[in-house]
Write a protein that binds this ligand. Sequence first.
Ligand SMILES: Cc1cc2nc3c(=O)[nH]c(=O)nc-3n(C[C@H](O)[C@H](O)[C@H](O)COP(=O)(O)OP(=O)(O)OC[C@H]3O[C@@H](n4cnc5c(N)ncnc54)[C@H](O)[C@@H]3O)c2cc1C
Length: 207
Amino acid sequence: MAGLAAAAGFDDAGFVVELYERQSYDSKGVNCGEAMTAVSKIPLEPTVENGFLNPLPAMEVEVYDGIDADRHRTGAGTFPAADTYITDRNVVEQSWAEQLSEKGVDIHENQSITRTDFHEFTDEYDLVVDATGQPSLSSKALGTTNEYSGYMVALNSDVEGDFTELYPNSRIILENYTGYSWAFPKTSQRANVGIGWTVSDGSVQIS
Ligand SMILES: Cc1cc2nc3c(=O)[nH]c(=O)nc-3n(C[C@H](O)[C@H](O)[C@H](O)COP(=O)(O)OP(=O)(O)OC[C@H]3O[C@@H](n4cnc5c(N)ncnc54)[C@H](O)[C@@H]3O)c2cc1C
């Protein structure tokens, strides 16, 4: 998304833009980051065809003080969501890439940029925006990846089921600072569900 946003911004500003993506937008299997906020900033109609499925009315939040069975719920609330959709992110990205391509942005798909390419690009282009996610290619090329402290492990999936009790709201459960889980219904029959937890010392503990 960050690469598409950067390409759109520089294209609008009148620059000649080239966008490199190691995957193909037609077959990109991305399904994290599907609860999108500030959707009106994306220059696409928020239609189902463009991947915007559920205009989220509210997020149900529960907070616990730990992850053990005897944990306590320390807070809960339902918070209105503005300008937010639960999406099929791959469809949003595909639609945005198509729009950029039609506007003349040169998109190079299935092209994985190496550290050597990165250094060559910084000589060749006036400006290079690294939007390769975590850990970034530039941090690998510049040897700064180890400056990250801690990280999260996450498992998520797009599942079919009966979400009528929750839909159209979404739910997120926070467990102290250890992790969180979520259910983001796209329709009453389909949702992005997942769990993530922090790893700060190299070990993973799940209970
Ligand atoms: C399980 C999970 C659930 C999440 N849920 C949410 C959510 O619901 N809402 C939310 O706002 N955030 C969510 N996040 C966070 C969100 O996914 C990230 O903040 C967001 O994806 C970051 O976007 P990005 O464009 O910066 O990087 P990425 O999405 O990581 O995109 C990087 C892009 O660069 C490409 N790339 C990588 N390396 C190269 C290379 N060498 N050459 C060429 N291309 C390359 C990749 O193919 C990819 O297209 C979630 C994260 C996880 C892990």
